[in-house]
Design a protein around this ligand. Structure first.
Ligand SMILES: Cc1cc2nc3c(=O)[nH]c(=O)nc-3n(C[C@H](O)[C@H](O)[C@H](O)COP(=O)(O)OP(=O)(O)OC[C@H]3O[C@@H](n4cnc5c(N)ncnc54)[C@H](O)[C@@H]3O)c2cc1C
Length: 380
């Protein structure tokens, strides 16, 4: 039995699905959101650090009530080396629960409705859920990294899922306005410490074995604050097809994640603006085109950097890290929270970087297969 005949269905009431819902509503559409959980914003699967662009660059206002702390820089470590980055008010620490809940205000959301499968029928889609069947002319998968929409409709993707795990701890850090990032392997294996600013710290990791990684990190750093919450989630890294007939993917479902920091909120919300415009124009291909024009090049460059560093031996990584540490002022000047390739280009174009590039190329030459694979990953 079809118990709803609304035309636009968004699967997933995360920040991206909700922001898209708000944009569409403002344009006069009447989207319905299907959400597997009983409320928005829970469970939390995020470290909640966003650049100021998430508040300043969005078309619709985003909840400033969700801001818990303001960050002025970072301490970055790799092996026994470390450097400090100072960038006043570079980022905010948000409560994802408040952030998501405020984005969902006034939207039509069917809770406790888990999408199970989608069938293509005549001019639309039949969505089978734990709460009955729904018909959609246009179906939008904003259903996160393990997207059921992506799987049911067989969108093509080269994504790889990474595992994230995080504790909220009762403890204080020496600096309440600074995050700490500890790399084991840039940028696929690292641990973070983020002060919420209220005697609570978010300690998380991205790792193949996050539980062991966090345990070892806490032992090594003598961290023994009381654990008050545990969160876990997946991070999709790669690229993905965005449009297939009248079905679309967005946010984590579409791998719209920054490959270097694994942050996805900014990209997902900017993609929502592109998609809302394309829906208004009744031309879904515009969404794909605008995403490519504005973000794809940056994502591909960062994917290549990530791939190269993932495959570099530690001695070369140490050499690169030392070079970055020696040029912190350049990183502070050129660094952009949302656009990471700008700082890489400014480092590469600096003549002081040439010996480091030489070491990197020598590292790559040791494996011709790896060199070839890197070449084919060059953005075109
Ligand atoms: C440990 C960790 C730390 C992170 N830290 C940061 C960070 O500091 N900054 C940052 O920018 N990003 C961070 N991210 C990434 C960020 O959380 C995501 O990019 C962001 O949540 C993506 O939003 P979304 O709306 O696309 O997907 P999601 O937030 O995953 O929302 C998807 C929604 O769809 C629902 N859903 C899923 N499947 C179904 C289904 N079959 N039927 C119905 N509903 C469904 C889910 O319940 C959820 O509500 C982190 C991720 C992890 C795992």
């Amino acid at each position: 039995m079809i118990n709803n005949s609304r035309k636009i269905i968004i699967v997933g009431a995360g920040p991206v699905g909700c922001y898209l819902g708000q944009l569409l509503k403002q344009m006069g559409f009447d989207p319905l959101i299907l959400e597997e959980h009983g409320e928005v914003g829970k469970p939390v699967q995020c470290a909640g650090i966003v650049g100021k662009g998430t508040f300043a660059d969005m078309r619709l206002p985003v909840s400033e009530r969700s801001i818990l702390n303001i960050i002025d820089g970072a301490k970055v470590t790799f092996k026994d080396q470390a450097f400090q980055l100072l960038r006043p008010k570079v980022a905010y620490i948000v409560s994802r629960e408040i952030f998501d809940k405020e984005l969902s205000q006034g939207l039509k959301i069917e809770y406790n409705t888990l999408l199970q499968d989608i069938h293509v029928i005549k001019e639309g889609y039949l969505l089978k859920t734990s709460n009955g069947e729904y018909f959609a002319d246009l179906v939008i998968g904003a259903d996160g990294p393990n997207s059921r929409v992506r799987k049911s409709l067989e969108f093509s993707s080269d994504m790889k899922l990474y595992r994230g795990y995080q504790y909220r701890l009762k403890m204080a850090l020496p600096k309440t306005n600074q995050v700490e990032v500890h790399y084991v392997k840039p940028f696929s294996l690292f641990t973070w410490l983020i002060p919420e600013g209220n005697g609570t710290v978010r300690l998380g990791t991205i790792s193949h074995n996050p539980y062991r990684e966090l345990k070892e990190f806490m032992e090594k750093q003598s961290i023994n604050g009381e654990i008050i919450e545990k969160n876990a989630g997946a991070i999709p890294i790669g690229t993905c097809q965005l449009v297939k007939k009248n079905a679309v993917l967005i946010g984590d479902a579409a791998c719209q994640i920054k490959p270097i920091t694994s942050g996805g909120i900014y990209y997902g919300m900017k993609a929502a603006e592109l998609l809302a415009d394309a829906i208004k124009e009744n031309q879904l291909s515009l969404y794909e085109k605008k995403w490519k024009d504005e973000f794809e090049q940056e994502v591909k460059i960062c994917l290549l950097i990530r791939y190269i560093l993932e495959n570099m031996p530690d001695d070369v990584l140490q050499c690169i890290f030392r070079h970055v540490a020696d040029n912190v002022s350049l990183v502070e000047k050129m660094g952009d929270f949302e656009n990471h390739s700008s700082v890489v280009w400014s480092l590469i174009l600096n003549p002081r970087t040439y010996p480091t590039i030489g070491a990197l190329l020598l590292g790559m030459l040791k494996s011709p297969k790896f060199l070839l694979r890197s070449f084919f990953r060059l953005p075109r």
